[in-house]
Design a protein around this ligand. Structure first.
Ligand SMILES: NC(=O)c1ccc[n+]([C@@H]2O[C@H](COP(=O)([O-])OP(=O)(O)OC[C@H]3O[C@@H](n4cnc5c(N)ncnc54)[C@H](O)[C@@H]3O)[C@@H](O)[C@H]2O)c1
Length: 443
């Protein structure tokens, strides 16, 4: 009986302890929303975003990024209405004033010269600074170069709040590793790197994440180590993809099938399975510039990192050149040719079009005076129009084409009846290498 009572008291303490934790997630995009939903299954969470439309949609249970299902989102929104855990989304600063953990998940883009643009991070830090109280912990999740949290964001928090770092308030950094559209590796299933501004805070931050991340956590010794770890994960991928893109260019000149070469080489236990392609999105194609900028600031000019970026950024134009070359070889008139582009999203099975490199292919093909129709069943045509000023369609066109370019491996494209889309003699160019025998050429 005593044991039962003790156990109950212990459980109650655990519950009360959890109830004392109130988390604000600042920025409810691809990273912030899944994290807010996950935390809200155990804690009271306020999701904060400056985008009113996004807030209204989320509070009604709709996530247009398709990262969180309507059912899962509605569950936590409803829980918030009826209890002490759950999610409530708001764009009002007063709604986050009573939180004691602030987790910042705002974008970290580059400007037109590929230099890091920290404006959203500064702005989010100003917001948090206005409500920061003694004892609060601010954790940054946005991908940055080492030093951004402590050298760029903390001074803003100190200035706006009037509080002292590591005396009145504390910080942490925990990079996100999710992959948009990936329903297998969801946030709770990916081991999470954590860190804190003091060893004790590191443990506290780690404990908070460990309470919801089923895959576990890795507590890094410092915030800068955690920041550096994230940025090199994506830089490593970028460089490896650049290498296979270079191989594709070489093997195309040698008239050897790149996919077949990679398949053969891949039979060795330590050959890394990277594939050639367009490197878009706001992570792999952007993060290396963050690391490069910091290195340059310190007087080191990164060679491999920037060479990788240059090569990957050139692939859109290269693909267009290859398509046109094939058309000419098959006697297809290029000027005025009707070309169907399959996909505009930056990656398969997701509606995210930010920094998609398919637009480079489209632009280069249009420069050859071709007539390009872009079909993407996932992307929102209004968003594409707003971002790039180009038209797209969400349903498969009824007409036929002189060339078809599969640019994104959306699942819908694998079962298309290409014979209904091709003019006689038309070519099919498979950038992603997923069509097997249906394609006339691959990257
Ligand atoms: N998308 C990914 O797969 C992914 C994966 C790992 C890491 N990251 C990193 O996570 C960060 C966030 O990326 P994302 O893809 O979620 O971005 P996103 O553009 O999808 O979402 C960002 C959200 O932040 C909001 N926002 C912008 N400024 C704000 C401010 N001052 N206050 C409150 N809200 C604000 C925007 O309205 C938007 O809803 C970036 O640093 C990114 O590099 C992204």
């Amino acid at each position: 009986m005593d044991l039962f009572i003790n156990q109950s008291v212990h459980n109650l303490k655990k519950v009360q302890n959890k109830m004392n934790i109130k988390i604000a997630i600042i920025g409810l995009g691809y990273v912030g929303l899944p994290l807010a939903r996950l935390f809200s299954t155990k804690y009271s969470v306020i999701g904060f975003d400056i985008n009113q439309k996004r807030i209204d949609e989320l509070n009604s249970g709709v996530d247009t990024t398709l990262e969180v299902s309507e059912e899962d989102l509605q569950k936590v929104i409803l829980a918030n209405n009826s209890g002490e855990i759950g999610l409530f989304c708001s764009n009002k600063i007063e709604d986050i004033a009573s939180c004691n953990y602030y987790i910042v998940t705002v974008p970290t883009p580059v400007d037109k010269n590929n230099r890091p643009d920290l404006t959203p991070l500064y702005k989010a830090s100003e917001t948090v600074g206005k409500v920061l109280k003694k004892g609060d912990i601010v954790v940054y999740e946005s991908t940055v170069y080492p030093g951004v949290t402590e050298d760029e964001c903390i001074p803003v928090l100190e200035k706006i709040s009037g509080l002292k770092f590591n005396i009145d308030f504390f910080a942490g950094y925990s990079p996100e590793r999710i992959n948009p559209g990936d329903k297998e590796h969801t946030v709770e299933k990916i081991l999470k790197v954590t860190s804190g501004s003091t060893p004790e805070i590191g443990k506290k931050v780690d404990e908070l994440y460990r309470s919801v991340i089923t895959a576990g956590t890795h507590l890094a010794p410092t915030i800068k180590v955690a920041e550096a770890a994230k940025v090199i994960e994506n830089s490593q991928r970028d460089i490896n993809i650049a290498f296979v893109n270079e191989l594709a260019k070489i093997f195309n000149l040698l008239e050897i099938d790149t996919q077949a070469v990679l398949e053969a080489a891949g039979t060795k236990w330590n050959f890394l399975p990277f594939k050639p392609g367009l490197v878009g999105g706001h992570c792999i194609g952007v993060d290396p510039y963050y690391l490069a900028q910091k290195a340059q600031e310190k007087g080191y000019h990164p060679e491999i990192i920037l060479a990788g970026r240059r090569l990957n950024d050139s692939m859109g134009e290269y693909v267009a050149g290859q398509v046109v070359k094939m058309m000419i070889k098959k006697n297809i008139k290029v000027n005025g040719a009707k070309i169907l582009m399959l996909g505009i999203a930056f990656k398969e099975n997701c509606p995210d079009v930010r920094n998609t490199k398919v637009v480079d292919v489209v632009k280069a093909l249009k420069d050859f005076e071709t007539d390009v129709t872009i079909y993407d069943p996932w992307a929102n045509p209004l968003e594409v129009k707003h971002e790039y000023g180009i038209e797209t369609v969400s349903s498969l066109p009824n007409n036929t084409f002189d060339a078809i370019v599969l640019a994104v491996a959306h699942k819908e494209f694998k079962d298309l009846d290409f014979s209904k889309l091709k003019n006689q003699n038309a070519i099919v160019f498979d950038v992603k290498g997923v069509l097997k025998d249906l394609a006339d050429a691959k990257l």
